[in-house]
Design a protein around this ligand. Structure first.
Ligand SMILES: [Zn+2]
Length: 275
């Protein structure tokens, strides 16, 4: 572990959504996101990913998947948002169960980074609340606490979530990112559009090779191959700008893997980079 970075791609839930939500423009229905009058055949079920990064400078978790509450009641966890998405969490899939299978406890985590605060990314936060530090970007935090219909603040209530500021360092679609360890090996890149303060994660080895965890900039690889933004966006313009940046990164010969969070083609696996 000392001279390499290991990225564990984990599935920490499944989410059933309307077909129009992952791929804007592919299915036309103005009521799609509400879930109203939409039958089962218009729904798709996708994985919800989290990532555990064993980095020489610390153990880092990206996103948290679903809370175990969804096993007994989606309504108790999501309220009216069950109209938009339904969560599923098979036995052994919750984030703390995934950590345990790898030999870790929540308190072993040096850092939890939240790409954005939509329910399928932050619902499991309370299972890892004992992590040493929990961070989200300042613009995402600001937005999430003022848009109660889109976000569910009860999911982070009572948890010590702190914020970071993006700095203008020329990296990413807006030129803004947050250098987690200050050595360029782990960057939270500001990728607005789907959510105002969302970050993708760029992990760079000392040989110039990198892995891009694209969060919800696109729901699947085909999102950037076909330039399809997510159905839900706070800014379509920013979403297209972010998707163009991800596409270029994904096609670079130094890119080992570029992963969308909800891609049915992605199975859990481990990626290593030299440090
Ligand atoms: Zn998502």
């Amino acid at each position: 572990m000392t001279n390499q970075i290991r990225i564990h791609v984990l599935h920490t839930g499944l989410v059933k959504v309307d077909k129009a939500l992952p791929f804007h423009g592919l299915y036309h229905n103005p009521l799609a996101f509400t879930g109203m009058f939409r039958s089962e055949k218009n729904q798709v079920t996708l994985p919800v990913s989290s990532y555990l990064i064993e980095h020489p400078k610390g153990l880092v978790l990206i996103d948290t998947g679903w809370n175990k509450q969804v096993r007994t009641s989606n309504w108790k966890e999501l309220g009216p948002q069950v109209q938009i998405n339904t969560g599923y969490l098979p036995a052994g899939w919750s984030v703390d169960e995934r950590l345990s299978a790898l030999g870790y406890q929540p308190e072993d985590l040096d850092l939890v980074l939240l790409s954005h605060l939509h329910c399928d990314h932050v619902s499991g936060l309370k299972h890892v609340a004992k992590a040493k530090k929990i961070l989200v970007s300042q613009p995402e935090w600001q937005t999430a606490n003022h848009l109660p219909l889109v976000y569910l603040p009860h999911e982070w209530r009572g948890v010590n979530v702190q914020t970071y500021q993006y700095t203008n360092n020329g990296i990413g679609p807006t030129g803004e990112s947050y250098d987690v360890f200050g050595d360029g090996s782990l960057l939270q890149v500001h990728t607005a559009g789907h959510a105002t303060g969302m970050s993708a994660t760029l992990i760079r080895g000392n040989n110039g090779k990198y892995v891009l965890l694209a969060a919800d900039v696109g729901y699947a690889t085909q999102s950037w191959e076909k330039m399809m933004t997510p159905g839900i966006c706070t800014s379509r313009k920013a979403a297209i700008t972010s998707l163009g940046w991800v596409r270029e990164q994904a096609h670079d010969s130094n890119c080992v893997e570029a992963l969308a969070n909800h891609d049915t083609q992605t199975d859990p696996h481990v990626i290593s980079l030299p440090y």
